[in-house]
Design a protein around this ligand. Structure first.
Ligand code: NDP
Length: 511
């Protein structure tokens, strides 16, 4: 493996270094450069210089590189998983299913779908001004895209958006979280070995200031992270009128109706709340259960959560819940649990930070919570499952929507049609019925947040078109030397035009 310094091309220009820790052990495992604005500007210069040749390769040439990268990812699966586990503290399975599998499918998906989603579109117009002309909508790469990512999924949520950005013909600078830069550097190596031309993909390691420098230097920003930082990124991008897409925080509700299959609902609640130690933007963050099944549901969830093995990931199948990735996040989880406890919530499982090296919080189940508690209002982003009793479905919908966030949601009901009707009333970018979160793997479906959870979409056609300029082309092949609407203006043609307008549009109703 190349050294971290070799992988970060602008290392020489870095003023400082960042120590990368394994959050499951607290040990420092690497150092990466903390790039300043000048170093980022240099990356941008190189990225722009490399972009035209990359664009000129066309969909087929770019697709070939992306398919080779897909193969590289699987050939190097163990190394990729080990790198992710070492810098996030997550379990082997969380790295395999939600990161490696996602990355492998995304390389193939965008290689195959980019030509379809970005094909020129022939447009027909009703306007008399353009009769006989060829109208085309073309998706033109923006040039240099900046992707800024969080620490919870360094491959899926940080590197993942780089794939469609590259497939569209852009150069990319990826600014990973300072907490988890190693996966991005490893993937840069993978892309190089897969034949990606130099400087088309570059990694800008650093902290928030490096992210700001990326915002200043690129033609479009794809940001994934907290709502608070998303607002800062958008404000900064406004200075240069740089377009942004934002994938932000969430407080995803699960609704369990009294006719639900409680066993499935409880399994889903525990899994989708504790997956990745609860550090998933679309994890189940709060549960509303109809009164008749509340006690039974709480009992099932409690029994299942007690059985979770929690500890340092030591290879496949060793634990279900790993460490927390980012130290300040443990403080947030502790604050939310303590606030709930002090206001009368019952802590049925876990409920405490663990005193051992690294960042640890116990898988935690809370019952008898309500909306006066922070844990039901603010994003916790940890291994917590607060469960609230509601009178009926209407109350569940009202409380689910009583949030500034609107990322994802789920509804459990024995009657799928009833579940879907409730899903349609929820203010969320995506809603699953008798399921949660797996919509993320359907790359054909748009994924994006409502309200304070984001702006724009990843996945689907919108997930790649956002990396392009929607360029309108009009080509006139057969035409007179002078069109009737051109100078000079004459009374006859003006009156004629009035009659034509009446003929075309004068038939509307006059109520
Ligand atoms: P942050 O908002 O703290 O950071 C995200 C990225 O932005 C990091 O790379 C960070 O760098 C960088 N950054 C920080 N300040 C600035 C700035 N002023 N300008 C530009 N970039 C900056 O988020 P977290 O890393 O804590 O990630 C957790 C959050 O991400 C949660 O709220 C979660 O819900 C959300 N998320 C949303 C997803 C979605 O798809 N909607 C998916 C995954 C996570 P550094 O880390 O070095 O400070």
């Amino acid at each position: 493996m190349a050294s971290v310094e070799e992988q970060a091309p602008a290392a020489a220009a870095a003023e400082r270094e960042i120590a990368v820790e394994n959050p499951a052990t607290g040990q420092v495992i690497a150092h990466v450069p903390d790039l300043g604005a000048d170093a980022v500007a240099e990356l941008a210069r190189r990225g722009r210089a490399a972009q035209p040749a990359w664009e000129a390769l066309g969909f087929e040439g770019r697709g070939r590189v992306l398919r080779r990268a897909q193969r590289w990812l699987l050939d190097n699966a163990e190394r990729v998983i080990e790198t992710i586990v070492s810098e996030t503290g997550k379990t082997w399975e969380d790295a395999q299913a939600a990161e490696l599998a996602y990355g492998a499918s995304a390389f193939g998906f965008w290689a195959k779908q980019a030509p379809r989603y970005l094909a020129d579109e022939r447009v027909r117009s009703a306007s008399v001004f353009v009769k006989g002309k060829r109208l085309v909508l073309r998706y033109r790469p923006l040039g240099l895209v900046g992707v800024i990512g969080p620490w919870n999924y360094p491959l899926t949520n940080s590197f993942g958006d780089c794939i469609p950005a590259l497939a569209a013909g852009n150069s990319v600078i990826l600014k990973p979280s300072e907490v988890t830069p190693l996966t991005s550097l490893l993937l840069a190596e993978g892309l190089r070995e897969s034949g990606l031309p130099a400087d088309v993909f570059q990694v800008a390691t650093g902290r928030g200031a490096t992210g700001e420098a990326v915002v200043d230097a690129v033609d479009m920003v794809m940001f994934t992270g907290s709502t608070e930082t998303g607002r800062r990124v958008m404000a900064r991008a406004a200075r240069t009128l740089t377009p942004v897409a934002l994938e932000l925080g969430g407080k995803d509700p699960m609704i369990v109706l009294s006719d639900a299959d409680l066993e499935r609902a409880a399994n889903a609640a525990v899994y989708y709340a504790m997956l990745n130690t609860g550090q998933t933007c679309i994890s189940v963050e709060r549960v509303y259960v109809e009164a008749p099944v509340y006690d039974a549901f709480v009992a099932k969830v409690t029994a299942k959560a007690r059985r979770l093995r929690h500890g340092v990931p030591a290879g496949p199948g060793s634990v279900e819940v790993g460490a927390m990735t980012h130290a300040p996040q443990v403080d947030i989880v502790e604050r939310h649990v303590e606030d709930a406890r002090s206001k009368g919530a019952r802590v049925l499982v876990g409920g405490a930070r663990e005193a051992r090296p690294g960042q640890w919080f116990e898988p935690t189940v809370l019952a008898d919570v309500d909306h006066d508690m922070t844990i039901m209002r603010e994003e916790t982003f940890g291994p917590t499952l607060p469960i609230m009793k509601v009178a009926d479905a209407d109350e569940a919908v009202r409380l689910a929507n009583d949030s500034p966030y609107g990322l994802s949601a789920s509804v459990f009901s024995g009657d799928a049609a009833r579940g879907e009707a409730i899903a349609r009333r929820l203010e969320a970018g995506s809603v699953c019925v008798n399921d949660a979160l797996v919509n993320y793997y359907a790359l054909e479906l748009p994924m994006g947040g409502a309200k304070a959870s984001g702006l724009g979409y990843r996945h689907g056609a919108g997930g790649i078109r956002k990396f392009t300029q929607h360029q309108a082309l009009l080509v006139s092949r057969i035409h007179p030397r002078r069109d009737v609407h051109m100078f000079p203006y004459r009374p006859f043609t003006t009156r004629l035009f009035t009659r034509v307008l009446r003929l075309l549009y004068g038939r509307g109703r006059r109520d």
